[in-house]
Design a protein around this ligand. Structure first.
Ligand SMILES: NC(=O)C1=CN([C@@H]2O[C@H](COP(=O)(O)OP(=O)(O)OC[C@H]3O[C@@H](n4cnc5c(N)ncnc54)[C@H](O)[C@@H]3O)[C@@H](O)[C@H]2O)C=CC1
Ligand SMILES: [Mg+2]
Length: 342
């Protein structure tokens, strides 16, 4: 079942920049900013801000044609925002999202009340739908952009206490909101989801919902019910959606996923017996589910951008930032190493 050694290995093989002293000091810096409003306000003066417009991130196109998040130094941003008609206090609505390798605090801010085109002109970027951004951002920043959007969305939808109906107030970092009447503290929430790549040893199982763009297939996923373990959710979802009983389960990795409302994705591989591979697909949940060979998956991985309207039909897979993509490439590597070992 879940393999704790696997977790240790992936933590230890993280990026080299996670050298203990600088990593620890950055984590403690962020932790202090969440607790100390004054320190957070000071960090904002010297920090950088990722801009969003109605939850769409600002992207810059680089000289080489790649895309980067449109991060702005907050020192110059205040005057830019005021020139565009913003209230002086708008910058203070920024939400803390992290700390750069250079120990500079990183924030995000939704400027949805200002003129979209005017900001794009001044900041030399474009506001792009988050799903499209995931295909355009090839660097390591996509998870930070996803986190920023999820936090901004959470603040926009948690302005009132669900017990008293009274307004809630955020701390400076935006890491919590408190009801002034009841004192209830609200923290940003994620829904746990298990995502699983099922294999019969030679083929892997992918499905698609009717809401997916044409030709897109992904690993099976499902929200955890209250009280369930990861293994229970996984077994239930596979049984519900395709009528199979999984045997072995192993943990791969996890990620935060901003769609539709912030999920915490727990990625696993599962095996089933080659003798019991017949699918009974629940058509109310999935439009289609089928087994894919290594060759079919390899050619689907070659499709790097979603097909456009009018293009011939093609099977394609979630973008490289998606955990489903990681599970699929892990499976491909395993199959190839198995074939090479024959
Ligand atoms: N990062 C990745 O690689 C992938 C991420 N996903 C994400 O996984 C999520 C779950 O996958 P589905 O197959 O849609 O789940 P699912 O199979 O559990 O079905 C979704 C239904 O579950 C119900 N539900 C129960 N708890 C819910 C909650 N906390 N929030 C929302 N709905 C809840 C709703 O009726 C909803 O329509 C999706 O939202 C999708 O964005 C899915 C595939 C790949
Ligand atoms: Mg599902």
């Amino acid at each position: 079942m879940l393999n704790p050694l696997r977790v240790l290995v992936s933590v230890r093989t993280g990026p080299p920049s996670r050298c203990c002293s600088s990593f620890v000091s950055r984590m403690r810096f962020i932790s202090r900013l969440k607790e100390d409003d004054e320190a957070c306000a000071a960090a904002l003066q010297n920090g950088s801000v990722l801009l969003f417009h109605k939850l769409e991130p600002l992207l810059h196109r680089t000289k080489t044609g790649t895309f980067r998040p449109g991060s702005q130094p907050s020192s110059g941003l205040q005057s830019v925002l005021e020139r565009l008609g913003a209230d002086r206090s708008l910058l203070m609505e920024s939400v803390l999202i992290g700390c750069s390798e250079q120990n500079q605090a990183q924030f995000c801010l939704d400027v949805g009340g200002l003129d979209r085109v005017a900001i794009e002109d001044v900041c030399r970027g474009k506001f792009v739908d988050l799903r499209k951004s995931f295909f355009l951002l090839t660097g390591p920043e996509a998870p930070l952009v996803a986190k920023a959007q999820a936090l901004l969305r959470w603040h926009q939808t948690h302005g009132f206490c669900s017990a008293t109906g009274q307004p809630t107030q955020r701390n400076r970092a935006g890491s919590q909101r408190v009801c002034g009447s009841s004192g209830i503290v609200y923290y940003p929430q994620m829904s746990p989801v298990v995502i699983v790549l099922v294999s019969d040893g030679k083929r892997c199982l992918l499905g698609r919902q009717s809401s997916f763009p044409p030709g897109l297939y992904s690993a099976l996923a499902g929200f955890c019910d209250m009280g369930e373990t990861v293994e229970e959710t996984l077994s239930r979802e596979v049984a519900e959606e395709v009528g199979l009983e999984v045997e072995g389960v192993s943990y791969s990795s996890s990620q935060h996923w901003p769609f539709p409302h912030s999920s915490f994705m727990i990625g696993c591989h599962a095996s089933i017996s080659p003798a019991h591979t017949e699918l009974t697909v629940d058509r109310s949940e999935l439009e289609d589910a089928r087994w894919f060979t290594l060759e079919e998956i390899s050619s689907a991985l070659q499709v790097k951008t979603p097909p456009r309207r009018g293009d011939p039909p093609v099977t394609w897979l979630p973008p490289s930032h998606a955990l489903a993509h990681r599970l699929i490439t892990e499976w491909v590597e395993l199959q190839r190493s198995g074939e090479a070992g024959k």
